[in-house]
Design a protein around this ligand. Structure first.
Ligand code: 13P
Ligand code: ZN
Length: 271
């Protein structure tokens, strides 16, 4: 058996959480990541039949039965993952009943997965129903995106349109736009269900006055989506109070989307 602490998926989680912490997006225990792993790859590092303990997940995720995830721990700080991955991360398999997590590694101090597991697993199910390659769900509290929530209407079309206007590449990176949820109580099945509903349509979902969810094939791709939104939100927050002299026109955004061949939300432009 190879050393789990050297597994590429543990290494990537360490680097990603450290990077996000350094960006200032994941204060204290803010943020959480779930990544569906390849069973054969995990089996090189762990006996996937040796269960440390079982943890009820509080809802049914039947469609994910048998799938293995690496997930950040609840109450754990992204800044600490690098030095102690075995306490701050966990790897578990969803049991056949779809309601239990079978812990294979991690949460060493007796901890458990993020309190946002409903939003994560329900989003995985929603994304997999439209994209079989989806593997990652990421939640974080990016500073400018959050700031923008307080001064911009929380309307999907208007919010997406403003973001698209802020950087030329936005419409190419997230042509599907961003879904927006109003403020809701976090850590619940309800916010999980609402997020998953949006995830059928969007790979990015704003949680009003809380943060953002992203979904993608890899950690890099998912981070890249959120990073692009955050950059656009930063430009918005740096310019919103100043007179606007120039802008990217809707006709130019259409030109971009057509040139790069992306399937964009045409109803989010005013043409
Ligand atoms: P956890 O510590 O349970 O992952 O929660 C952090 C968070 O961002 C809640 O939305
Ligand atoms: Zn949060």
């Amino acid at each position: 058996m190879k050393d789990i602490l050297k597994a590429p998926f543990v290494e990537e989680m360490k680097k990603m959480t450290a990077n996000m912490y350094r960006l200032g997006w994941d204060e204290r225990n803010g943020g959480n990541i779930s990544w569906m792993l390849n069973e054969d790859e995990v089996a090189e590092y762990l006996d996937i039949h040796s269960i440390i303990r079982t943890i009820p997940i509080g809802f049914e995720a039947k469609a994910l039965a048998g799938k293995i995830f690496i997930v950040t721990g609840t109450g754990k700080y992204f800044k600490n993952v690098m030095d102690d991955p075995e306490t701050n991360l966990g790897i578990f398999k969803i049991a056949d009943d779809g309601c239990t997590a079978e812990l294979l590694w991690g949460y060493k101090d007796g901890g458990k997965f993020t309190s946002e597991l409903p939003a994560h697993l329900m989003s995985h199910m929603a994304r997999l129903s439209v994209d079989l390659d989806n593997r990652v769900v990421m939640h974080t509290h990016p500073t400018y995106t959050l700031a923008m929530n307080y001064v911009h209407e929380l309307d999907e079309k208007k919010f997406t349109h403003t973001l698209w206007e802020m950087c030329t590449e936005c419409i190419v990176v997230f042509p599907d736009g961003v879904g927006v949820l109003p403020w809701m109580l976090c850590g619940t099945n309800s916010i999980g269900e609402a997020t998953a509903e949006k995830m059928k349509e969007f790979r990015l979902v704003i949680w009003g006055m809380h943060g953002i969810y992203g979904a993608g094939k890899t950690l890099d791709e998912t981070f890249g989506l959120i990073e692009t939104v955050e950059k656009a939100a930063q430009i918005y927050m740096l310019t919103a109070h100043l007179p606007r002299i120039n802008t990217i026109k809707d006709s130019e955004m259409k030109e971009l989307a057509e040139y790069f061949g992306v399937n964009y939300r045409k109803d989010f432009l005013n043409l």
